[in-house]
Design a protein around this ligand. Structure first.
Ligand SMILES: [Cu+2]
Length: 269
């Protein structure tokens, strides 16, 4: 409770009543008086000089006004702060919700970052990406697709080459790194996301116009960070499918690797 100012005498009580104070409690030789949040303790004796009483009353009145004003100002400041924080935060939550909730018809594309190149993987005819593991990364299997997973056999693997995307269709980028932190960044897409070894991050967007756009790495990832470049070609759907038809699947690349290994072992060409 705030410390109460002291005034004295029965005259003080009457004067305070005229100011709107009410006696709330009689405490021994003192009377407690209140007006709203303001209050004072009046010693209940008569030996008080008129001049002193006027000064004390003035002080009590001013004090009460100040206290009321301080209380109102505090409530107003808290309310204004609450409204301000809400106004700043709520629109951001709506935007964030749109950023993290991917449309159900989005095309899925996996981006794999490694020192210092970009590779991509798209689901094959089954529409599903096979599982992957960094421990499965080899020269023949640069993205670490798990060979035992049937979903991965028809995955389209685009190693260290440009990515093509159809215009006007939402696309979900699954982001993976097989060595250090990278960050898939196409400035025109106005979104980017860190790629963290051991986890899969993502973001989504809809390309709205055709064109060729530079891919940069927005995470300082080693000596050749600045050379870690690629391109995204956004094109009409029929051109996109024509490009897709020319790409090789994980199964084709694995077979090629096996043939190469077999011919090396037998010494033939
Ligand atoms: Cu990088």
């Amino acid at each position: 409770m705030p410390r109460l100012p002291r005034v004295s005498g029965p005259d003080a009580v009457r004067a305070l009543q005229r100011l709107g104070f009410e006696v709330t409690r009689q405490r021994g030789s003192h009377i407690v008086m209140r007006r709203g949040t303001a209050g004072c303790v009046v010693p209940n004796h008569r030996e008080i000089k008129t001049g002193t009483l006027a000064g004390v009353l003035r002080q009590a009145g001013i004090s009460a006004d100040r206290r009321n004003h301080a209380f109102t100002a505090a409530v107003t400041a808290k309310a204004e702060t609450g409204v301000g924080v809400t106004a700043l935060l709520v629109p951001g939550l709506f935007v964030w919700s749109r950023f993290v909730n991917v449309p159900s018809d989005a095309t899925v594309v996996e981006v794999v970052g490694q020192q210092w190149q970009w590779s991509f993987r798209l689901p094959g005819k089954d529409g599903k990406l096979g599982t992957s593991d960094t421990r499965d990364v080899t020269a023949e299997n640069p993205l670490g697709v798990i060979a035992k997973d049937p979903n991965g056999q028809d995955d389209v693997v685009v190693e260290a080459a440009d990515l093509h995307l159809p215009v006007g269709k939402p696309v979900k980028m699954l982001l993976r790194s097989i060595d250090v932190l990278h960050d898939f960044y196409v400035p025109e897409f106005r979104a980017k996301m860190d790629m963290i070894p051991g986890s899969v991050t993502y973001y989504w967007f809809t390309p709205t116009r055709t064109g060729t756009f530079d891919v940069l790495c927005a995470e300082l990832c080693g000596a050749a960070h600045a050379q870690m470049r690629s391109k995204v070609v956004v094109e009409e759907e029929k051109d996109y499918h024509a490009w897709l038809e020319k790409q090789r699947t994980f199964a084709e690349l694995s077979a090629q690797g096996n043939v190469a290994k077999a011919s090396y072992k037998t010494g033939s060409e």
